[in-house]
Ligand binder design. Structure first.
Ligand SMILES: Cc1cc2nc3c(=O)[nH]c(=O)nc-3n(C[C@H](O)[C@H](O)[C@H](O)COP(=O)(O)OP(=O)(O)OC[C@H]3O[C@@H](n4cnc5c(N)ncnc54)[C@H](O)[C@@H]3O)c2cc1C
Length: 406
């Protein structure tokens, strides 16, 4: 008998959705053209650590923990350095002590304010306008903007305040859980390990995997279908005649954000730079949005080696459309020397570029999301372009949907 539900896409969204359906006792089959699907790939380095091409971890909630347990993947305990976060102000300066997560540090306090009546973001209000109104321009530009830009990869003069504070205002069904000094859960073998363990576990539980894209035929969108193919592939599909027609049309006119990460392996710098990472405010003059240092996760056997991951977005006039990898490589070397001085010695490097990784979370996308149909029976669409960007949110949305339709 044919499984009742079809999931298209074997990246994190597709695997998480298939797992949620399986947990609710539903027979499911998954279609993914590549043998290792999705952008979450882990590459082992010659220096004992590894490079993550996209997300490095998942916000820990009861649901995330369930996913790790299901996949039989252990979390790695990061060193205590993971709680040391910096912001660049002539040099990396420590973010307030006691606030242990960069996003929380920036966003948590703001979230409290955002809930206060009169301080809530108004529809059509940009992050800069809202931050200036609620916090004052100084605090907004020094802390609020780099924090959100680091997560959403976009310019605060255009980011939608309503969208980027959405999670804080709506709350979550599954609350973040702090362990080892952080709310992020890191798979011990990297995100690539979590992905392949999930694939294997689902297969062993009877989920059928097809190496095909079978989404073009007239009947492919009929029945119980979850499309989890990523933004770029979704925009290439025709949604005409479906309940996603309007959303898909509006999404096509929202600017898509290219993202890139550049690893630099270098000799270990002085200890003042040791910690999780550093956000770069616009006036600091870096091309990168921020840098993640070796947070003790990828501690190599070679003590004098240090990993840095610089993150690039399409903001700051940084055009990734042409010769993207070369441009990112050059920019990362410049940023590396700006941070550590000309004498700093690079040993190795690795660049990943993702075209159209995310929609730009600006005012146009805010309008577009008003037409995103609520998950229900029949055809459904999931991913980082359906409301929030975090992996734990993607998992939560699929879980709630599976509970509803099973
Ligand atoms: C540099 C970078 C850093 C990031 N950091 C974080 C972070 O810290 N925290 C966080 O939560 N997120 C982060 N993200 C985002 C996160 O990695 C992505 O949101 C997530 O991995 C997207 O997964 P996905 O399954 O939706 O899409 P994808 O991984 O793109 O997978 C989509 C899959 O669909 C398949 N497909 C395409 N067309 C079809 C078809 N017709 N039929 C079947 N299959 C098809 C593709 O082959 C692909 O395997 C980051 C992203 C980047 C680029």
């Amino acid at each position: 008998m044919k499984p009742k539900f079809r999931v298209y896409g074997g990246g994190f969204t597709g695997l998480a959705t298939a797992a949620c359906l399986h947990w609710h006792g539903v027979d499911v089959e998954l279609f993914e053209p590549a043998s290792t699907g999705g952008i979450l790939q882990t590459t082992t380095s010659d220096f004992g650590g590894f490079y993550e091409s996209a997300a490095m971890g998942v916000v820990r909630t009861k649901l995330t923990q369930r996913l790790f347990e299901f996949a039989e993947v252990n979390e790695v305990k990061p060193s205590s350095l993971v709680s040391k976060k910096f912001i660049f102000n002539s040099k990396p300066k420590r973010l307030p002590v006691g606030l242990s997560d960069a996003t929380l540090a920036v966003v948590g306090a703001i979230g409290l304010m955002a809930k206060t009546s009169g301080s809530k973001p108004k529809p059509g209000e940009t992050l800069r306008d809202w931050g200036g109104r609620v916090l004052g321009q100084g605090a907004c530009q020094k802390v609020l903007e780099p924090g959100f830009q680091g997560v959403y990869g976009g310019n605060s003069k255009e980011l939608s305040a309503k969208l980027v504070t959405r999670k804080l205002l709506q709350g979550r069904d599954f609350k973040p859980l702090k362990q080892f000094g952080t709310i992020t859960a890191y798979p011990e073998g990297g995100m690539g390990q979590l992905m392949s363990a999930l694939r294997q576990k689902l297969q062993s539980k009877g989920v059928m995997f097809h190496e095909s894209t079978d989404l073009e035929g007239p009947d492919s969108l009929k029945g119980q279908v979850a499309i989890c193919v990523g933004l770029k592939a979704f925009l290439n599909l025709s949604m005409s005649g479906t309940r996603f027609e309007e959303f898909s049309e509006k999404l096509a006119s929202v600017p898509a954000l290219d993202l890139a990460s550049a690893y630099i392996v270098a000799k270990r710098p002085t200890s003042e730079f040791e910690g999780y990472g550093c956000l770069f405010p616009e006036e600091a003059g870096f091309s990168a949005l921020g840098v993640q240092f070796d947070p003790g996760l990828f501690r190599t056997s070679k003590d004098n080696v240090h990993f840095h991951r610089f993150i690039y977005g399409w903001q700051k006039g940084f055009d990734l459309r042409d010769k993207a990898a070369d441009k990112v490589k050059e920019a990362s070397v410049r940023d590396f020397h700006k941070l550590y001085g000309e004498a700093a010695e690079q040993i190795d490097g690795h660049v990943s570029v993702w075209r159209s990784a995310l929609p730009f979370y600006g005012l146009k996308f805010e309008k577009c999301l008003e037409s995103y149909p609520k998950p229900g029976t029949g055809l459904n669409v999931f991913g980082n372009f359906t409301g929030t960007v975090g992996l734990s949110d993607i998992l939560e949305r699929s879980y709630n949907w599976a509970k509803q339709v099973a």
